[in-house]
Design a protein around this ligand. Sequence first.
Ligand code: OGA
Ligand code: MN
Length: 205
Amino acid sequence: MTSDLHHVFNQIADGLAGPGYAVIDPFLSPREAEAILGSDEFSKPKLHFRKAGIGKEDKQINEAIRGDYIQWIDPVTAPAPEQVYLRRLHDLIAFLNENLYLSLKDVEIHRTVYPVGTFYRRHLDQFRLDDHRKLSLICYLNPDWREEQGGQLILYLPEGELKIMPERGRLVCFRSDQIEHEVLPANRERYSLTGWAVDRLPELR
Ligand code: OGA
Ligand code: MN
């Protein structure tokens, strides 16, 4: 592990052990983020993505709650730039297991597109009937995001709201069982990789 990465992993561990979240700039370099966004999957999102649902048992689509489109990443067939990201997350969960005594086993990640004007209302990432999601991990891909374009992530913390811009290469990590959050509408299409560190083994594929 490079000393830069070691520093980043320590920052994340400190954030999770303290306030329950961390914002890392950058987690992916501009070049790495650009390579991910350049894949066929992201360049023709309408062909590949499907509307995200709500809840685990009931995949009901409710535009009043969320408007994003998603596509799950299969770690076996993922393009090389995404493999780089997945490998870094696996290194991260090994580090957190060792340093915070967690028992994270895998990461589950999807590509995400929020079309212009869409949002995700205030929610928690743990399902009512499934508490395997322990950490939420979101990495943003759009270059040169500007405040007036909207699309901020809001974390609802005990001390108040924290607004985070979806800037290229930035990683936001937080405890899935504790931190309610929301995605504000944007006037620009918004791209990210969204996922969770889970405490169960991957399903056989
Ligand atoms: C989610 C989510 C936040 C973001 O997909 O559950 O809350 O900033 N995403 O994209
Ligand atoms: Mn969420």
